[in-house]
Unconditional design. Structure first.
Ligand code: HEC
Length: 143
């Protein structure tokens, strides 16, 4: 039963990221499917919900396949004394925090992935995507 759940989770994740089944094991390095950079909700559903869940609470279909449980994204403000930590969240999503530098975290480095699908000025597109995703997360905070 345990095995079945894990396989289902991996499939759901690879489907949501537009990957082949084999590629799911290399999830941190693969390119991402295109979404509208101005739509926080569209990006969240395509890139984040597989692990963090549609409601952001950390129980997406792929969660069981990970070593570490995905964070509850609805409690970020609460954990930070009631203030949503915008800058930290943006850096975390991009993968620029010092603690992520070793690339050992379970969560993909979205900065690199967004750069790989950014046309025109990739840096601007990364900034735009991360900003809109962060605003979407800010809107799902519990009091
Ligand atoms: C492959 C699964 C996976 C995907 C996809 C994923 N995350 Fe995560 N995320 C995690 C895990 C696991 C953690 C817990 C920390 C770790 O990786 O060690 C985490 C942590 C976080 C944190 C830090 C929370 C805190 O407590 O500081 C934020 C913010 C976050 N994710 C946002 C996102 C966003 C936004 C997306 C989509 C662009 C996303 N995640 C996609 C697995 C994932």
């Amino acid at each position: 039963m345990r095995v079945l759940v894990t396989i289902t989770a991996a499939l759901a994740l690879s489907a949501s990221l537009g990957l082949s089944q084999e590629a799911a094991t290399k999830i941190k390095k693969v390119p991402t499917t295109y979404t509208n950079p101005t739509s926080g909700v569209e990006m969240y559903r395509n890139y984040c919900a597989a692990c963090h869940g549609l409601d952001g609470k950390g129980s997406g279909p792929a969660a069981a396949a990970l070593k570490k449980a995905p964070a509850d994204l609805t409690g970020l403000a609460k954990k930070n004394g009631g203030k949503f930590p915008t800058l930290e969240v943006q850096q975390y999503i991009k993968g620029e925090s010092i603690t992520d530098a070793h690339g050992s975290r379970d969560m993909p480095m979205w900065g690199d992935l967004f750069r790989s699908i950014g046309a025109g000025n990739p840096e601007m597109v990364v900034t735009l995507r991360v900003k809109n995703l962060t605003e979407y997360l800010a809107g799902m905070q519990v009091k």
